[in-house]
Design a protein around this ligand. Structure first.
Ligand code: NOJ
Length: 560
């Protein structure tokens, strides 16, 4: 398998040592909602391959694919039954090979999702564990524990699942008697591995090599802060203000345990066995950039998602603080900062940035949510926020559909919802379906070009006709055109790799210089004057008097 060259025109160029991930713009593909070639209403790998040219045209450096491995899809593929095969829903291994080859031919790197905290309950190992004796080697791959109470009828501790409800489920032994409980930090169909077991380590080294041998350029590591649990599994309930994925101030006994880092040092060595520079990116929900940076020390992972940045609201002072902390924390360990505004777990930023009430992470938005967003304001801010983000030094992640300005889909009927959060909280939290609706490609085609049959596993709103990619192409004012321009200028100006200097700015304004470019975002209420120079990109038209309107950002080459 090949690794891509630095540009589409020179795919054979050597890449060793390029450390492409330091400045890359990485586009997240959520396979079930990207492009469906088979007509079953669920996106698939051939569908992705058929659309790669459009991502090359957009100007991204890499794609990250959410899981497409064999899975009963109880958590949209984050419940893996076979880590080394493709689920028939998405295609075959040959389709994965073809996708990787085609992406590389376009100069696009490929990152796949690795889910090491838990498997599916349909994984061969878990099925073997259920059939095996208590205390057997087969059970020792997961976290089985006897229950509390007189007859073991109470869970071993008080931990709660991220998706709601208890984090333990009791099994029935093959002879019909009630057995021990197993831990699942997520859905009951997602049993947690026991990472104190060397067999688990060996298996994941094998899985890494399996995909590295097929030519992938890296892994996004799911729940990278969760694999190791505190000795004795002590009782713990998260404080009310902590978010569902572990971003609370107090360390839980299942998040961010010291022992987890040894696993990534080991994986770092596995990746280093390969030519080129393959990368690991941590999905670790931690409260501060400083804590997140522990995952990207020189002998561990290469990148970690900057969730403190994602969760910072539309507030200039807070943004300045989190940018400062991020550049310092990641810089101190020699890692690139990363930046992200949307993904498949959070309310899309075109809606999130204009919410009118608190919306805790993981709750999602639905018909009865308080504080619905103001759509036009959300899009205006999202465009400005992305322009600000793409000017920052480091690597940036985009989530499919944000280049079309897609908002969160709020009006989904209860019966179409599929996120386990919705079921495990008895409908109290809507969860994440609203950011996972299949994306529109062609205004006039069935399912807006998502699927040839018109089927779509979540219904698309009619308003998305106007947001279809073909409707935006050629329209200079569209969000798609803005994204293409931002990525082209970012590449030409080598933003992402440049120096960084804060500029003095009025209240409500974020301003800095990177390389030759000055980035100014106006988060205040009124227009502000701009320095003289060439406006390279603006997130919205400037005012007639040349000032920068509220909720607007620009990249300017300031006249010396
Ligand atoms: C984080 C993933 O991004 C999310 O979608 C998933 O539900 C959980 N981890 C569990 O794997």
């Amino acid at each position: 398998m090949t690794s891509p060259g630095p540009s589409a025109s020179d795919p054979a160029a050597p890449t060793t040592g390029s450390e492409w991930w330091r400045t890359a713009v990485i586009y997240q593909i959520y396979p079930r909602s990207f492009a469906d070639s088979s007509g079953d209403g669920i996106g698939d790998l051939p569908g992705i391959t058929s659309r790669l040219a459009e991502l090359a045209d957009l100007g991204v450096d890499a794609v990250w694919l959410s899981p497409f491995m064999t899975s009963p899809q109880k958590d949209a593929g984050y419940d893996v039954a076979d880590y080394c095969d493709v689920d028939p829903l998405f295609g075959t291994l040959a389709d994965a090979d073809a996708l990787i080859a085609e992406a590389h031919a376009h100069g696009i790197r490929v990152i796949v999702d690795l889910v090491p905290n838990h498997s599916s309950d349909q994984h061969r190992w878990f099925q073997e564990a259920l059939a095996a004796e208590p205390g057997s080697a087969a059970r020792a791959r997961y976290l089985f524990r006897e229950g509390r109470g007189e007859n073991g009828e109470l869970p071993p501790n008080n931990w709660e699942s991220v998706f709601g409800g208890p984090a333990w489920t009791r099994i029935t032994e093959p002879d019909g008697t009630p057995g021990p409980w197993y831990l699942h930090l997520f859905d009951a169909t997602q049993p947690d591995f026991d990472w104190t077991n060397p067999e688990v380590h060996e298996e994941f080294r094998r899985i890494l090599r399996f995909w590295l041998d097929r030519g992938v350029d890296g892994f996004r590591v799911d729940v990278a802060h969760g694999l190791v649990k505190a000795d004795g599994l002590p009782d713990y309930l998260p404080p009310a203000d902590s978010d569902s994925m572990g971003g609370g101030a107090v360390a839980a006994p299942y998040w961010a345990q010291d022992g987890v880092h040894e696993i990534y040092r080991d994986w770092h060595r596995v990746l280093a066995e390969y030519d080129g520079d393959r990368a690991l990116c941590a999905e670790a929900w931690l409260p501060t950039p400083e804590k997140t940076a522990l995952w990207v020390r020189p002998d561990e992972m290469h990148q970690a998602f900057n969730f403190p940045y994602l969760t910072t609201g539309w507030d200039a002072e807070k943004l300045r603080a989190v940018i400062d902390e991020s550049l310092t924390a990641f810089g101190d360990v020699g890692a690139p900062a990363t930046w992200v505004l949307s993904n498949h777990d959070v309310v899309r930023h075109a809606s999130r940035l204009a919410l009118t009430a608190e919306n805790p992470q993981g709750h999602g938005l639905g018909p009865s949510s308080p504080g619905k967003p103001i759509p036009a304001l959300g899009l205006q801010r999202a465009r400005a926020a992305t322009l600000l983000m793409l000017g920052l030094p480091g690597s940036a992640y985009l989530y499919q559909g944000e280049e079309l300005g897609l908002p969160e889909v709020i009006e989904l009927d209860d019966h179409v919802r599929q996120d386990p959060t919705w079921f495990r909280t008895g409908g109290e939290r809507y969860g994440r379906d609203g950011c996972r609706v299949p994306i529109p490609w062609e205004a006039g085609a069935p399912a807006f070009g998502f699927s040839p049959s018109g089927a779509s596993w979540l219904p698309q709103p009619d308003e998305w006709r106007d947001l279809a990619r073909d409707a935006q192409r050629g329209d200079e004012t569209s969000t798609l055109s803005l994204y293409r321009r931002m990525l082209a200028v970012r590449r030409a100006e080598r933003l992402g790799g440049g120096t960084f200097t804060w500029l003095e700015a009025a209240e409500g304004v974020v301003a800095f210089r990177t390389g030759d470019v000055t980035v100014i975002a106006n988060l205040g209420q009124t227009g502000i004057p701009l320095p003289a120079g060439e406006v390279l990109v603006a997130s919205a038209p400037l005012a007639a008097d040349g000032t920068l309107p509220a909720d607007t950002a620009v990249w300017v080459r300031v006249a010396e």
